[in-house]
Design a protein around this ligand. Structure first.
Ligand SMILES: [Zn+2]
Length: 80
């Protein structure tokens, strides 16, 4: 019997942040608050999450600004 196992990643847009100026490319972009979850799977069944990353992504240049848990919470709760 062959057991297939490994890791997978999942991207989820949590919130649209509106127009922001990207610190990398300098363009005005519609930035979004994004969450990436990686999990370990056995036979493609998710077993447990092994990391969670939170960041703001620039759709123009693709740069990701990683956020701490506190920063993420603040941005997710604030209204623009
Ligand atoms: Zn950019």
């Amino acid at each position: 019997m062959i057991i297939v196992y490994g890791t997978r990643k999942k991207l989820k847009t949590v919130k649209q942040l509106g127009r922001m100026r990207c610190t990398n490319c300098g363009h005005e972009v519609d930035a979004s608050l994004t969450k990436e979850t990686g999990y370990f799977h056995i036979c493609y069944i998710p077993v447990f999450p092994h990391f969670g990353l939170k960041f703001i992504m620039c759709p123009h240049c693709g740069i990701m600004k990683t956020l701490t848990g506190a920063e993420f919470k603040e941005m997710n709760n604030s209204d623009y």
